[in-house]
Design a protein around this ligand. Structure first.
Ligand code: NAP
Length: 499
């Protein structure tokens, strides 16, 4: 007889680890965490490009129940996040549940047995009462649809597959993309390259970065009196919250709040770039917040250097030795860096094939209908399934607020199920529909619908032009709903067979 684990979790990043911690707290100890990479940490294990750092203050970008007094900077560098993930896994004894180099192909609900059957890419099957997917939003790298990239004879590196052994010093480097990743990487490349060409399709809003080392005495205070770090966290979270709620979600009622964000970025550009033509090229023509803005004090100054070119003419093709733009000009290159981001809407949602009750295929159903998950976590016809990277789940701020909101939802949901003597939960159609209606209405006030986002090319929007990635409520309200949602929004029942 197949062993049925309490839960199978797909993904050993911070989301998957948070879910495992919550399940362990509730007494579910027979867990399997499946991870396609060779170690834990998710995005902080995969991304290793020079300049990688968190872009949310570190006191906020961490579990509230596991503060880390040792962050070296206000915005910690990537390796510290990876080390923090390792620390959490050790402290909460999660490593024994993890299986690395184990890519998952798909999962289906076995209605007769009332459990999930997860199929690995090597064909093996693993069964679990609950299935939780924590596969991330920014986890499927996007290769640019540009002719000839494969024919380039120099080095090609996507930022998610950084190779330290590729020599950059003194080289002619081209980088495609000017998203948050490129903004962190370009200043580093600028220092190394003989010549750097930055290919920009859409400019990004860049605001000043209030960063710096956390002095040793402050770290000592954080370690001795964690309440002091909690206060710092509260300040950081509150500033982000106000920016998001007032500037982005309530755009229709408070366009002035959005204008403040836009102005701060424009002033930053004006201070750092004196050349009016370069400034014009770097000025976005869409509203602030349509696309994720970023922070940097070194991005614009790098672009003003004599050995750095900002190229805004479209790329026609790549050939063996460089990039040719549509006006026929070419740049010969030794190294081509693809900072082209991630494929959310074709390769993700969900990242694996998931088939629920009545043969409902989640990816197909989302595409044939509308993208939605009740409270950003559960979907009708998918019993005992918790989808941590769902439409309307992410606040757009610190991912940890989303993780902890979802942990709170799990606690209430699984607690209610146990209280009713049930083994299986499933969200009701009516609850899911009402949630979708409410989110759709709220989005009407946001910059995504009421503002001017048409030229932003933002990954917040899906293939139908709907901004369904972010939850259009404050994080406080999301958390309140996680601890108070009506228990009756779910059906609860006994499993047909108790394994
Ligand atoms: P991204 O924001 O999606 O940016 C991809 C860039 O590549 C864009 O500038 C895009 O141009 C360009 N691009 C893609 N395909 C192209 C093509 N065919 N031709 C020309 N240009 C092309 O991806 P990302 O920079 O990797 O950032 C993704 C997200 O990761 C960020 O928004 C942020 O949430 C997160 N991130 C976080 C941190 C952190 O510190 N926590 C750091 C880095 C990233 P268009 O805009 O015109 O499409």
């Amino acid at each position: 007889m197949t062993h049925v684990h309490d839960a199978v979790i797909v993904g050993a990043g911070f989301g998957g680890m948070g879910a495992a911690i919550q399940l362990r707290r509730m007494g579910y100890d027979d867990l399997v965490i499946l991870e396609r990479e060779d170690d834990l940490g998710g995005t902080w294990h995969v991304n290793r490009y020079p300049g990688l750092a968190v872009d949310i203050p570190s006191s906020t970008y961490s579990y509230s129940f596991e503060p880390n007094p040792h962050w070296s900077r206000l915005f910690a560098p990537g390796p510290e996040l990876k080390a923090y993930a390792g620390h959490v896994a050790d402290k909460y004894d999660l490593r024994r549940h993890m299986r690395f180099d184990t890519p998952v192909a798909g999962a289906h609900w076995d209605e007769d047995a009332s459990h999930w059957v997860v199929t690995l890419e090597d064909g093996a099957e693993i069964a679990g009462r609950f299935l939780l997917t924590a596969t991330g939003f920014l986890s499927q790298p996007k290769m640019p649809d540009i002719a000839g990239v494969d024919s380039f004879e120099g080095e090609v590196i996507h930022t998610t597959a950084w190779r330290d052994e590729v020599e950059l010093e003194g080289k002619r480097i081209g980088i495609i993309g000017t998203g948050a990743t490129a903004v962190q990487l370009i200043p580093k490349l600028g220092k190394l390259a003989r010549h750097l060409t930055v290919y920009q399709r859409t400019p990004i809003y860049v605001s000043p970065k209030v960063d710096g080392k956390v002095p040793a005495p402050v770290r000592a205070v954080f370690a001795k009196a964690p309440i002091s770090q909690k206060a710092t966290r509260l300040v950081g979270s509150s500033i982000l919250e106000v920016m998001m709620v007032a500037g982005v979600l309530h755009y229709r009622n408070a366009p002035w709040a959005n204008a403040i964000g836009k102005r701060a970025c424009q002033q930053h550009l004006k201070r750092q770039v004196k050349d009016p033509e370069l400034r014009r090229k770097l000025t976005p023509d869409y509203d602030f917040g349509c696309k994720r803005p970023t922070f940097s004090n070194t991005y614009y100054p790098t672009l003003t250097q004599s050995h750095v070119d900002l190229e805004t003419t479209s790329i026609d093709h790549v050939d063996a030795t460089g990039i040719v733009t549509t006006d026929g000009r070419r740049a010969d290159l030794d190294v081509l860096v693809l900072a082209t981001g991630f494929n959310l809407w074709d390769a993700n949602f969900p990242a694996i094939k998931i088939v629920g009750r009545e043969g409902r295929d989640l990816g197909q159903w989302w595409r044939d209908n509308r993208f939605c998950a009740y409270e950003g976590i559960s979907v009708p016809r998918f019993p005992n399934f918790i989808s941590l990277n769902s439409p309307y789940s992410y606040s757009g701020l610190s991912y940890f607020t989303t993780i902890e909101t979802q942990m709170a939802h799990m606690e209430r949901l699984l607690g209610a199920m146990e209280e009713k003597g049930a083994d299986v939960f499933e969200v009701k159609d009516e609850a899911n529909d009402a949630f979708l209606d409410r989110m759709t209405e709220l989005l009407g006030n946001s910059v995504f619908n009421a503002g001017s986002c048409a030229t932003a090319r933002s990954y917040y929007f899906n293939q139908h032009g709907e901004a369904v990635l972010l939850r259009p409520t404050s994080t406080i309200s999301a958390h309140r709903e996680a601890v108070r949602f009506p228990i009756d929004d779910y059906d609860y029942r006994r499993a047909r067979v108790t394994a």
